[in-house]
Design a protein. Structure first.
Length: 165
């Protein structure tokens, strides 16, 4: 991950951890300001799934705020090094789907990651930032289904090869 991009995302995530939002509309306004490439949603039902209304009436993100604290303490950097070291043993199929507007992962970093893995595929989705499914759910799902179909075909081909040998 790009450290500057990660810092930008973490700043956004931590900006409203304590006080939350007075309404779903306020949260939607904050998100729209952060993601200007994405039209502001008028249907807030999807946003309601990502926020919880607390006893004080305010809406807060449903994720654990300790995650943000852990990132600020450098835990994610240690985890990233351990993850990187473990890649040499990874042989299962991997599909990296990146939003082309992502501030977290550059195209070069994504290509370098995929190049390290024997069974990896990379898809770069135009018009999407780091939240590909939120920005371009159609393209995200198409990419996932295509990957799974490819695996299914390879699995069937592998099975047929094993039977005919």
């Amino acid at each position: 991950m790009d450290p500057n991009g990660a810092a930008k995302v973490m700043e956004f995530m931590s900006a409203h951890v304590a006080q939350g939002f007075a309404s779903l509309e306020e949260a939607a306004d904050v998100i729209a300001a952060y993601l200007p490439h994405r039209p502001r949603r008028t249907d807030l039902s999807g946003l309601a799934k990502n926020l919880r209304q607390r006893d004080d009436g305010r809406f807060r993100w449903h994720w654990d705020p300790n995650f943000v604290d852990g990132v600020h303490r450098g835990r994610s950097l240690r985890d990233a090094h351990e993850f990187q070291a473990g890649l040499v043993n990874l042989d299962l199929p991997v599909h990296l789907i990146r939003g082309r507007l992502s501030e977290l992962v550059s195209r070069e970093a994504a290509e370098a990651f995929v190049a390290q893995l024997p069974n990896a595929r990379f898809t770069d989705v135009a018009g999407a930032s780091h939240m590909v499914a939120g920005d371009r759910n159609d393209a995200f799902l198409e990419s996932v289904v295509s990957f799974l179909e490819l695996l299914d075909l390879e699995g069937k081909a592998g099975h047929e090869d094993a039977v005919t040998d």
